[in-house]
Design a protein around this ligand. Structure first.
Ligand SMILES: [Mn+2]
Length: 390
C-alpha cells in the first residue's frame, strides 16, 4: 500500500465514482419510455431502441425546444405547486443604464442549458432522479415601464413562492431584485428574509437617471420591514463602477460587504461563514441574488456593466455552494446576462452553471425536494409590504 494519503483518504474523484452507483435511473427510464410513446419508435436502421423518431427528452443536446434543461414547459401556472422547482424568465432590461440586452437573457440561458446533463460528477447529484423541475416560461414584462414591469414581476414571483415551488429566476437586469423580493415579502407575514447578493456593484442607491434602475434594487428592498438592511450581504463588491451615493447608503444602513480581496484573503470558508451569519441573524429564510458580473469580466463578457477583477468562477461556485449548504434558501435569481454582448454563449453558460450547482446543493443539504411547504410561507397575501413610489 502506498504512503500517499490519496490512497488512504479517498479523493473527491474516487468518492464521485462510488456515489454514482447509488443514484437511481428511474427518471431516465421514464423519459425514454415517454419519448418512445410520444415520439414514436425509431426507424428500423437505428440499433439503439431507446431512441425515438422525434426528439422528446434530453437527447440529442442540439435538438429540442428551449426550456431550461429541457424541463417540461408548464403552460398552466396554476399547477406550479406540483413541482419542486419552477424556472421563470424575467426578460426585463428597461432598468439598464449602459449595455441593454438582458431581455434576451432567459432565452440565452435556456438555449445553452440544453448542453447540460442533469448529473454532476463531483457532487454526485442527478437532478432528473432527485427533484421535479418545470419551466413556467416568462413573466409578461412591459418594456417601456419599470414600475408596471415590477408589478408584474412581484405578482408572478408571489404566485410561485406561495405555491411552495422553489422559484429560480432567469434575468433580466438587476432592477428585478426589488420586485422579486417584494413578491416574496407579500407571503412572509411577520417573517423576515435575508438577502445574499453576489455582485461587483452595490446596487443600493435610491434612483439613477431619475428612475428605479438596476443600480437601485436593495435601497427599495431593504425599505420593507420583511427585508432588513442588516441582513443584506454583498459579496465581490469593488472596482470603478460603484456609485458613491450607493456607498453612502451601505454605510448608513450597515449592509455587510466583502470585496474580492476580503474573500480571497480570509478564504472561501470564512467568507461563507460571514455571509451565513449575517444573512440568517434574526431571519427565517434567505434570498440569493446572483449578478453574473460578480465574476471577472474576462469570463462573463455578455453583461451590462462588465468590471475586471471579480471572482474566479471556481471561487464564486465554491462560495455559493458552501452558503447554500447552511442557509434556508427561499429562492434564487441570476441576473445581468446579456446575450447580444456574449461570446460563444460563455456568460449564459456561467449562469446555467450557477443555477445547476445551486439546485445540486439544495438537494445535498436536504432542502429539495421539500417534504412540506416551509413554515415561513404565509398563504395570505399582504400587498402593503412597500409604500407607493412615484
Ligand atoms: Mn452588477
Amino acid at each position: 500500500m502506498s504512503d500517499n494519503p490519496m490512497f488512504q483518504n479517498p479523493s473527491e474523484a474516487q468518492r464521485a465514482l462510488e456515489r454514482e452507483r447509488d443514484l437511481p435511473m428511474t427518471g431516465w427510464q421514464q423519459e425514454v419510455s415517454q419519448g418512445l410513446e410520444y415520439g414514436l419508435d425509431a426507424a428500423e436502421s437505428i440499433r439503439d431502441r431507446t431512441i425515438s423518431t422525434f426528439s422528446r427528452g434530453e437527447l440529442p443536446h442540439f435538438a429540442g425546444i428551449n426550456t431550461f434543461l429541457k424541463a417540461p414547459y408548464l403552460e398552466d401556472v396554476r399547477q406550479v405547486g406540483n413541482y419542486d422547482v419552477a424556472i421563470v424568465g424575467v426578460p426585463h432590461d428597461s432598468g439598464t443604464t449602459y449595455r441593454p440586452g438582458t431581455r434576451f437573457g432567459p432565452q440565452g440561458i435556456r438555449r445553452i442549458s440544453a448542453l447540460y446533463t442533469p448529473y454532476n460528477f463531483e457532487l454526485g447529484v442527478d437532478l432528473r432522479e432527485q427533484i421535479t423541475l418545470c419551466d413556467v416560461g416568462d413573466i409578461f414584462t412591459i418594456p417601456a415601464n419599470n414600475e408596471k414591469s415590477f408589478d408584474q414581476i412581484s405578482k408572478g414571483i408571489a404566485h410561485i413562492f406561495a405555491s411552495g415551488a422553489f422559484p429560480i429566476l432567469l434575468g433580466g437586469d438587476h432592477s428585478i431584485g426589488f420586485p422579486t423580493v417584494r413578491g416574496i415579502c407579500r407571503h412572509l407575514g411577520d417573517k423576515k428574509v435575508g438577502i445574499i447578493h453576489f455582485d461587483r456593484h452595490v446596487d443600493t442607491q435610491e434612483t439613477d437617471l431619475d428612475e428605479r434602475m438596476h443600480t437601485c434594487p436593495w435601497f427599495h428592498a431593504t425599505n420593507m420591514a420583511n427585508a432588513p438592511a442588516e441582513n443584506l450581504v454583498q459579496l465581490g463588491i469593488g472596482g470603478w463602477q460603484v456609485p458613491r451615493q450607493g456607498v453612502k447608503v451601505c454605510r448608513e444602513r450597515a449592509t455587510n460587504i466583502l470585496t474580492v480581496t476580503d474573500i480571497t484573503e480570509m478564504g472561501i470558508d470564512a467568507a461563507a461563514e460571514f455571509a451565513i451569519e449575517k444573512a440568517t441573524d434574526g431571519t427565517d429564510c434567505v434570498w440569493i441574488s446572483f449578478d453574473i458580473d460578480c465574476i471577472d469580466a474576462g469570463f462573463v463578457p455578455g453583461t451590462g456593466w462588465p468590471e475586471p477583477g471579480g471572482l474566479l468562477p471556481r471561487e464564486a461556485l465554491a462560495l455559493l455552494g458552501k452558503i447554500i449548504q447552511k442557509v434556508p434558501v427561499c429562492g434564487l435569481e441570476v441576473v445581468e446576462v446579456s446575450p447580444p454582448y456574449d461570446v460563444s454563449d460563455m456568460t449564459a453558460l456561467m449562469a446555467t452553471r450557477v443555477i445547476c450547482d445551486a439546485m445540486a446543493h439544495l438537494v445535498l443539504s436536504g432542502q429539495l425536494p421539500r417534504q412540506s411547504k416551509p413554515a415561513y410561507i404565509t398563504e395570505e397575501c399582504n400587498m402593503q409590504v412597500d409604500t407607493a413610489w412615484t
